[in-house]
Design a protein around this ligand. Sequence first.
Ligand SMILES: *Cc1c(COP(=O)(O)O)cnc(C)c1O
Length: 459
Amino acid sequence: MSQQRTTAEWRALDAAHHVHPFSDAHSLNRQGARVMTRADGIYLWDSDGNKIIDGMAGLWCVNIGYGRHDMTAAASRQMDELPFYNTFFKTTHPAVVELSALLAKVAPEGFNHVFYTNSGSESVDTMIRMVRRYWDVAGKPSKKTLIGRWNGYHGSTMGGASLGGMDYMHAQGGLPIPDMAHIEQPWWYKFGKDMSRDEFGLLAAGWLEDRILEIGPDNVAAFVGEPIQGAGGVIIPPDTYWPEIERICRKYDVLLVADEVICGFGRTGEWFGQQRFGFRPDIFTAAKGLTSGYLPMGAVFLNEKVAEGLAAGGDFNHGFTYSGHPVAAAVARANILALRDEGIIDRVRHDTGPYMQERWRQVFGQFDHVDDVRGVGLIQAFTLVKDKATRTLFPNWGETGLICRDIFFRNNLIMRACADHMVASPPLVMTRAQIDEMLGVAERCMTEFEETLLRRGLV
Ligand SMILES: *Cc1c(COP(=O)(O)O)cnc(C)c1O
């Protein structure tokens, strides 16, 4: 596949025929997409032979890194043996059975039941149908509203995009669907100003209680949140936030759902983000790190209460042709065994995670237009600011993020700009030496960035 065409030819064909997600087609096609041709470990290579540090693990997903032959071997074996069979009509297969049993072992205690999808979005839409069905069966059909958060991300399907709090997504395609509500995000830097983080965490959780009372507890089905908001810019809530959210959900008999699509499978140094923040949801969604992105697969984990509640209703009329796909299941299992048996997640918790966080703060803390330098495990961010002393953000929110992102990209380091938050979420196999290498490049990029701000008169 790799080198049959020139970069220009690939770009031209791509522009002619390939419609990209979340893109402005005209401007992308004028510029031409960067063509990635291969990858190994934490590195990518493009069609011009540039070696690139992947500070985003693909799209927050290649947790075990690229080029793992155990993954390709698992896929190949499964394809030879049983490439596909469905799980609809009273059938199952060893690949999905083995995966489910393994997931029950690595999941937090009490999560012994898994429903499979092909993506995070499908997991979220499945979860929405499940919580509404749960309350129907429980004899409380008025409990329909799901509460999410502004600037939360839950995927691109009708349900996921409605539950998510991206207003530019709501603006397209007739969203949100009915019975979706949102509360403000627990973003201390913007909303917490003169409060301690812990005080602010309680205040932000209290917004949920206010909203539940406004809608009426009898109408609220669930609260849904990412343990750390990923695509929203790595918004890390204060430690007081999640336990208080859990208390409020219990008080009003509202299901608590964690969207673990990014935080799951080791990102925070724990298997799941809920373990890092010390709360117990009723349901959680997963995808991305479940297969480290080698194949598409998502999952919805149910505790006993929800699994039993749904089962009590008889048929649940929902599923995907590829629910529990055997090849994806075999690859997910190989991925999880590697994360567990090679101590990859333990290393993030005890070694590379703390090292990254310490170095990240050293490197970015020294710049004039960077503030709220933050992270946990191997997910981290900082925010570009006009003035640190007064915590003033740039007036054209998102503009400087793109300038910064492009400088990184030109220097062969992939980090992402989520508006003016610069974020990184590298493969969990990144070593200390590779962390130093990445931050060395990033430091030079930030110097160039601050010079660019001055030159353009943005500061
Ligand atoms: C990426 C993401 C999704 C959507 O997953 P897709 O596989 O892109 O559909 C949902 N929730 C969260 C928290 C995500 O980060």
